[in-house]
Ligand binder design. Structure first.
Ligand code: PEP
Length: 253
């Protein structure tokens, strides 16, 4: 049975002290994280170790990196390698967030390298995909997202693809307050699962968690997560407010 996941993406927000109190507020709330559910906190690099200490005795709660470099090591000033992440006990990493694709020119090919490096180090990549508004307006979002999956994930074999989490995040819904409707989310998630089925077969496709991201809030999480192929959410803005994120966690199926 595939996992249901609530993932917080703090992006470049919060000081260490603010982050500590946010995490403590969330963890001390009345959380219901079931056997088949996970909560991820993608915090800025300097907070990974401290955040990992804070969640260390909590079941099914994991600290996540927001990015990693696509090479193993070397003269890449300012970058963070997958080996560095594993050396501090990190088990998840976001890969290909649309802000990284847009502002740091991350290509599908580069993201394929990041996915491979993560998997080689037993880090679960949370692979982000999703279309800009112009593609949605042209009604070619299915082909666009399928291309992202093909170029960054479909070189993986059947064992490896099952270790990947996919996050569908329509760019027009990220940080805009404009959420995809539950039907729009379900439609794309079903399409992603169909692409996985065509590539790897039904049994494997059914095991892969597909998260929705784009203005998820406490008030819309239940409806989005109730959709058949929506296995939780990747959450930016609302994950910075303890009460909102607690509501989102408790909305997981
Ligand atoms: C995100 O950054 O992944 C995201 C979905 O942001 P927001 O929830 O603020 O739209």
């Amino acid at each position: 049975m595939r996992k249901q996941i609530a993932a917080a993406n703090w992006k470049m927000n919060k000081t260490l002290q603010e982050g500590q109190s946010l995490l403590n507020d969330i963890l001390s709330a009345d959380l219901s994280v079931g056997e088949n559910q996970e909560v991820l906190f993608a915090v800025p690099f300097p907070y990974l170790i401290e955040a990992n200490n804070i969640v260390s005795n909590r079941k099914n709660i994991f600290v996540t990196a927001q990015n990693c470099h696509h090479k193993t090591s070397g003269a890449y000033t300012g970058e963070v390698s997958v080996g560095m992440l594993t050396s501090i006990g990190i088990q998840y990493c976001l890969v290909g967030h649309s802000e990284r694709r847009e502002y740091f020119a991350e290509s599908n090919q580069m993201l394929a390298e990041k996915v491979d490096l993560c998997l080689a180090s037993s880090i679960t990549p949370v692979f982000c995909c999703g279309e800009p508004l112009s593609i949605r307006d042209a009604d070619t979002q299915n082909q666009f997202v399928e291309e992202q999956l093909k170029e960054s994930l479909f070189h993986l074999d059947a064992a490896a693809i099952q270790k990947v989490v996919i996050a569908y995040e329509p760019i027009w819904a990220i940080g805009t307050g404009r959420t995809a409707s539950a039907e729009q989310a379900q439609e794309m998630h079903a399409h992603i699962r169909l692409s996985l089925t065509n590539q790897y077969g039904e049994a494997i496709a059914q095991e892969i968690s597909i998260l929705y991201g784009g203005s998820v809030k406490g008030s819309n999480a239940s409806e989005l997560f109730s959709m058949k192929d929506v296995d939780g959410g990747l959450v930016g803005g609302a994950s910075l407010i303890a009460s909102e994120f607690v509501q989102i966690i408790n909305a997981l199926k």
